[in-house]
Design a protein around this ligand. Structure first.
Ligand code: 6R9
Length: 649
């Protein structure tokens, strides 16, 4: 193995940063030995209506998984993000919006944002929304998405954001799952100059799924494109906010009242609606944002994620706004109008911290070293990476080309379930090793266990677990606490199971190696193989399907599909195309299979379980090491698979 390069912390950077290495070590120590004291102190970084007296009350015992932080305190998340900044920074820009078209942008101050949120909160109440309701957002990356999130928080409603790239069916399942009574959307969204029919998708979702629960659809006018209208159900955002008051008293919420639900993929077919609550989440999102990016007052911070993913929740909206930051929100894509767009936006808005995903970095890297043109990147101070392991080549490129060899990179490992970053370098404290997420954040106790759940010591590989709770942790799966316990606390008893594998090196650094379950990571998006399989078998010509990930240059992992057709159905290129389109429309474009191989038979054990290990090897063209195939019901299937792989497309 080639020797790992180490990038030491720049001493000048360290001396001006929030946390240098000595501070990290002492704060970490305190956070572990005295979590009550540590989080009791740091909990005060957000605004409380009634201060808490209890800090941590958590149990990972599978018979009684119960996670509570600051449980007797009350607050409203929108107050920490808005009200408390009015006096000190009412005229400071809270959100810089950069449109899909480079000629469109907007600066929204904290006062503007406060007023917009109050207006929309009042309008939602007038539409019948109340505390505890679940409101679904299916929105473009426009300021109204942040306004809607905060307006929900203001009135105590629980938002459930569905990524705008999901299909009507996927949307319907999530509206149903939350028994949502209101959907907030836009006529269309714009990405790379192309319109996406959001409102049409909502119409289809509500019609097809027979979702009785949804009574109102609020529509923001983004493009003015043609849409159908149902007078009894649809209202224009612009009309309902027009006369609404710019003041709306915030609802007093318990620390453990839900703030949002966010669906994520697991190893079974049904996505899980993770429930995040208010107090601990806000403390954790704001604190990690400040320290990971070494965020200072006046900095311009840009996270390129979509608000439909957890990264957008914690690091475009809640974390940065709680910190009084200027957060840039980008509607478009890195390749429009051309591949220099990221550089142009950094230059135009003088961005100081930039947070993106390895897949975006690899896509730029393919375009060559001058991809960002003559963009001035000199304002950049810290770069971040999230969503999947970053390969050392992409890390080096990011550091050299975007970071101009001087910006520290924070490779942040975390999950929808964790609410905020868990393992990452702090830029003034942690020497970086390209490809490693490095060390745990305060209060986070990672461990590696073998398949029996025994804790492994020292430099080793293992299943990554977290041995005790942290404030940002998801509390449950919406409406199914048993599934929460089953999924995260039953495999390795007493610990939170991440589903990721990792290596720990001799310096105690963690290197995330990827999922150990049947989840693949396509361009940083989690995709349950079972979800894609159930979409495929729903096609009338498909008898059986198995889906695995394989290494993909840009996406990290691609979707490799093995399909067994119904008897009498001919293999053809048309059918192949039809299957791809089918999966797109069932789940969404991100689930489009990259490679499809027709397989007359799949490798199964005698008990009928598909041996994915073998399918993965064939997909990777690595059949020197197929391992033990003797337990297969019909070992000749494997030869067919290998011989047929030339026909995959
Ligand atoms: C925030 C987010 C979570 C899964 C996670 C892991 C992978 C995320 C990573 C990373 C290696 C990193 N992952 N960040 N792997 N290094 N820096 O992405 O949440 O969409 O729930 O995905 O993504 O496999 O388990 P989510």
């Amino acid at each position: 193995m080639s020797e790992t390069k180490v990038y030491p912390v720049d001493t000048e950077f360290a001396s001006q940063s929030w946390v240098d290495n000595d501070t990290y070590l002492s704060m970490y120590e305190k956070s572990i030995t005295d979590p009550e004291g540590f989080w009791g102190e740091h909990g005060r970084r957000i605004e409380w209506m009634k201060p808490y007296t209890r800090v941590k009350n958590t149990s990972f015992d599978p018979h009684n998984v119960d996670i509570r932080w600051y449980e007797d305190g009350t607050l409203n998340a929108s107050v920490s993000c808005l009200d408390r900044h009015l006096e000190s920074r009412g005229d400071q820009v809270a959100i810089i919006w950069e449109g899909d078209d480079p000629s469109e942008d907007e600066n929204i101050t904290y006062r503007d944002l406060y007023e917009r949120v109050c207006k929309f909160a009042n309008a939602l109440k007038a539409q019948g929304a109340k505390k505890g309701d679940v409101i679904t957002l299916y929105m473009p990356m426009i300021p109204e998405a942040a306004v809607a999130m905060l307006a929900c928080a203001r009135i105590g409603a629980v938002h459930s954001i569905v990524f705008g790239g999901f299909s009507p069916d996927a949307l319907a399942a999530r509206v149903e799952g939350g028994q949502s009574n209101i959907v907030i959307t836009a006529d269309q969204s714009l990405r790379g100059g192309k319109a996406v029919p959001l409102k049409d998708n909502v119409d289809l979702a509500l019609k097809n799924a027979g979702t009785e629960c949804c009574k109102k659809v609020v529509v923001v006018k983004r493009t003015g494109g043609d849409i159908a209208w149902d007078d009894s159900r649809d209202v224009w955002y612009e009309e309902i906010v027009a006369d609404a008051s710019t003041e709306c008293a915030p609802e007093e919420m318990g620390a453990e009242d839900p703030l949002f639900i966010l669906y994520t993929s697991g190893s079974t077919g049904q996505p899980k609606g993770l429930k995040h609550t208010t107090g601990g989440y806000m403390v954790y999102a704001s604190m990690t944002h400040q320290y990971a990016f070494d965020y200072k007052d006046g900095d311009i911070y840009w996270c390129t994620a979509d608000v439909g993913w957890v990264t957008g929740h914690s690091y475009i909206v809640y974390g940065p706004l709680a910190n009084g930051a200027t957060s840039l929100m980008f509607e478009g894509v890195p390749s429009y109008p051309d591949n220099s767009r990221f550089g142009r936006v950094i230059e135009k808005h003088k961005v100081n911290q930039f947070y993106t995903a390895p897949t975006a970095i690899r896509a730029l890297m393919q375009q060559g070293e001058d991809v960002l043109g003559d963009s001035d990147l000199s304002t950049l101070k810290v770069l971040g990476s999230v969503g999947e392991p970053i390969n050392p080549e992409a890390w080096e490129w990011y550091h050299r080309i975007i970071g101009q060899g001087r910006c520290p990179i924070v490779d942040t490992w975390w999950q929808t379930e964790t609410g905020g970053m868990m393992i990452m370098p702090l830029p003034g404290a942690t020497a970086a090793k390209p490809g490693s997420a490095t060390r745990p954040f305060f209060g986070v106790q990672p461990a590696l266990v073998d398949n029996e759940g025994n804790i492994l010591e020292g430099a080793t590989d293992g299943n990554l677990v977290i041995t005790d709770s942290w404030p940002g942790q998801g509390r449950s799966i919406w409406g199914d606490h048993d599934r929460f316990v089953q999924t995260y606390f039953s495999t390795f008893k007493g610990y939170y199971t991440t589903g990721d594998g990792a290596r720990r090196d001799e310096d105690g650094y963690y290197w995330i190696t990827g999922r150990v379950d049947d989840v693949i990571n396509v361009s940083g998006h989690r995709m349950g193989t079972a979800e894609v399989e159930s979409a495929l078998v729903a096609h009338p010509k498909v008898a059986e399907a198995a889906v695995v990930g394989y290494p993909h240059d840009i996406k990290g992992q691609g979707i490799y599909v093995y399909v067994t057709l119904q008897a009498g159905i001919e293999e053809s290129d048309e059918l192949l195309k039809e299957l791809r389109t089918w999966v797109r429309s069932e789940i969404g474009p991100i689930a489009t299979p990259d490679l499809v191989q027709f397989a007359p038979g799949l490798p199964k054990t005698r008990s009928g379980k598909i041996m994915r290990r073998i399918l993965r090897k064939v997909a990777e063209d690595d059949f020197g090491s197929l391992g033990d195939t003797s337990t297969l019901a019909d070992p000749t299937v494997v030869d067919d698979l290998i011989n047929n792989r030339q026909n995959r497309k």
